[in-house]
Design a protein around this ligand. Structure first.
Ligand SMILES: Cc1cc2nc3c(=O)[nH]c(=O)nc-3n(C[C@H](O)[C@H](O)[C@H](O)COP(=O)(O)OP(=O)(O)OC[C@H]3O[C@@H](n4cnc5c(N)ncnc54)[C@H](O)[C@@H]3O)c2cc1C
Length: 511
């Protein structure tokens, strides 16, 4: 089984062999270092290695530890940001480029699967979008028209794959689905076969730039390269980019059905947040995977309730035999709806980044490999400008930027105007966590199953916002930029690159 940045075990984790790679290398200089071994890092590393660059992947934990191990792996050109919005924000020609790029990404996955005979349960399928009331039907019509404008292969549908009542439906052809961990593990094998180096348990903790090279610091050793690519889902440290995305959590369940009638295609309703449905067959067993109940990271502390709502939704429409897996994971929505792929703002062109994929990171993570290769080899590619992390869109995204960052401000102010009573931790039940105020300092208290108390300073090491308890994944989550920490303060998700400080619980107990 592979490891992941949450306490619930995803379907993918349990059905993939663990990856074992060394954590040191005698090589000290390579052409390109890629930080992060999710779908983005591995797709990019393999592509660059194949194109003649000597590459090294530095992964803080193990392959697939991030959201790639907690995804649901729909492979789409029908994107979360509707083409109506992409056309509004970027124009019709650019929206067509995005659709084309998404198509290239899916074609690239199909090619990899064929070329390396990857046994990842890949299947071509359609994606269905369906409306359930008048307002949604009007929106569906607009999306249908916009999908036509960007040349997707669309159709009106009178039936949908899932037993959910609907008003109107459309489909998009040439989509796909696969087992994400089996896919990326095969990419890793091929990368190593071509001479690439993968180091696990090797977090990038800092980088210094000299005239022609970068010194990439890790806990063990400094590695030297010409370029560094942050494929870490969000770049570590403090960067302008952190003000231009919102971290969100989404929930998923895998279930078996009594009837053996599993939907073959991908399906989506149109609520906000929406539900997403698909089937994956693994080692002869079929699983229906349903996701939804998304919320901003740190916003909803009763995260167990999200699973209850999702379960009720699934049971309402499907004859569930067994709930085999449930998990939640994190993604990042950008303010204007497109990802950031290119030079990290405020840095030289030696620093590249790929982030902000929303719920389409299988597609965009793969597309990042194609775009980053164009950047590295200075090839013409119109997506370089379109996805540039430094793009300035004064109107697009302004509303969500303000909405999200009002909360950031609230978080920062709350450090000064704290009203939390010092309730101590007697009223915290086992497995629960709570932030309390001790002499003006926010302390995160967690009781494990045995009642032992673990305490951390609750100020996120990224920019100082107060972390919130995530009951479902048993973690401390930052509502500002999405950093997450384990119960003992260890970084689970960036952008934080330092752990939360431990607190001496004996001293607290005396108060
Ligand atoms: C519940 C859920 C369902 C989703 N469903 C879909 C879907 O159906 N289709 C789709 O296309 N997308 C989906 N997404 C989004 C998609 O899964 C993600 O966008 C994608 O997995 C991101 O991949 P990544 O490689 O960029 O990042 P990750 O998979 O998060 O990998 C980043 C890696 O970087 C490592 N790392 C972090 N910091 C450092 C450091 N300093 N040094 C070294 N390594 C570091 C981490 O350990 C991690 O392994 C979903 C997301 C969620 C939350």
């Amino acid at each position: 089984m592979t490891l992941r940045d949450g306490s619930h075990i995803s379907l993918w984790q349990e059905t993939a062999a663990s990856s074992i790679h060394p954590s040191t290398s005698s090589a000290s200089k390579v052409d390109i270092i890629i930080a992060g071994a999710g779908i983005t890092g591995l797709s990019t590393a393999l592509m660059l290695q194949k194109s003649g660059k000597r590459c090294m992947i530095l992964e803080a934990e193990t392959i697939g530890y991030g959201t790639t191990g907690g995804t649901t792996a729909h492979l789409n050109t029908l994107l979360d940001t509707p083409y109506t919005t992409i056309i509004k924000n970027f124009g019709e020609d650019n929206a067509r480029l995005v659709a084309q790029g998404a198509g290239q990404a899916l074609a690239h996955i199909r090619e990899n699967k064929e070329q390396y005979s990857i046994d990842c349960g890949f299947k071509n399928c359609k994606a269905y979008l369906f409306s359930q009331d008048e307002k949604q039907t009007k929106e569906l019509q607009d999306i249908f028209d916009a999908c036509g404008k960007v040349n997707l292969n669309i159709a009106d549908e009178s039936m949908i794959p899932v037993p959910v009542p609907f008003d109107r439906a459309m489909s998009v052809d040439c989509q796909g689905k696969f087992h994400p961990l089996r896919y990326i593990q095969a990419l890793a094998e091929e990368f190593v076969r071509l001479g690439g180096i993968i180091l696990e348990h090797m977090r990038v903790t800092g980088v210094t730039e000299e005239e022609h090279i970068l010194n990439v610091e890790t806990a063990g050793k400094i590695y030297v390269c010409d370029k560094l690519i942050y494929a870490t889902h969000v770049p570590p440290g403090i960067n302008l980019i952190h003000l231009r995305y919102t971290p969100l959590r989404s929930y998923a369940m895998a279930v078996t059905l009594k009837s053996d009638v599993y939907p073959e295609h991908l399906s989506y309703d149109m609520y906000d947040p929406y539900h997403y449905y698909r089937t994956q067959e693994i080692d002869g067993v079929k699983y229906l995977i349903v996701g939804g109940e998304d919320h901003k990271t740190g916003d909803d502390t009763n995260t167990e309730a999200q699973f209850s709502k999702l379960e009720a939704h699934i049971r309402k429409y499907f004859d569930v035999d067994e709930i085999t897996h449930r998990w939640s994971s994190q993604y990042y929505d950008t303010t204007d709806g497109l990802p950031y792929i290119g030079v990290l703002p405020g840095h030289s062109d030696k620093f590249l980044v790929a982030t902000g994929f929303g719920g389409n990171g299988m597609t965009y993570g793969t597309l990042s490999a194609l775009v980053l290769k164009s950047i590295v080899f200075q090839e013409e590619n119109p997506l370089i400008k379109l996805f540039s992390p430094s793009r300035i869109k004064p109107v697009a995204g302004f509303k969500s930027f303000v909405e999200h960052n009002t909360d950031v401000l609230k978080e920062v102010l709350s450090k000064f105007f704290s009203s939390d009573p010092n309730t101590g931790f007697a009223d915290i039940a086992p497995t629960e966590g709570k932030v309390i105020d001790v002499d003006g300092r926010k302390i995160g208290i967690h009781k494990d199953e045995l009642g032992s108390v673990h305490a951390v300073h609750a100020a996120c090491t990224h920019m100082g916002c107060t972390v919130a308890w995530n009951q479902t994944e048993q973690s401390w989550d930052c509502p500002c930029h999405g950093a997450r920490y384990s119960t003992d303060g260890k970084v689970l998700n960036g952008p934080a690159d330092r752990d939360l400080e431990y607190v001496n619980v004996e001293i607290l107990a005396e108060k």
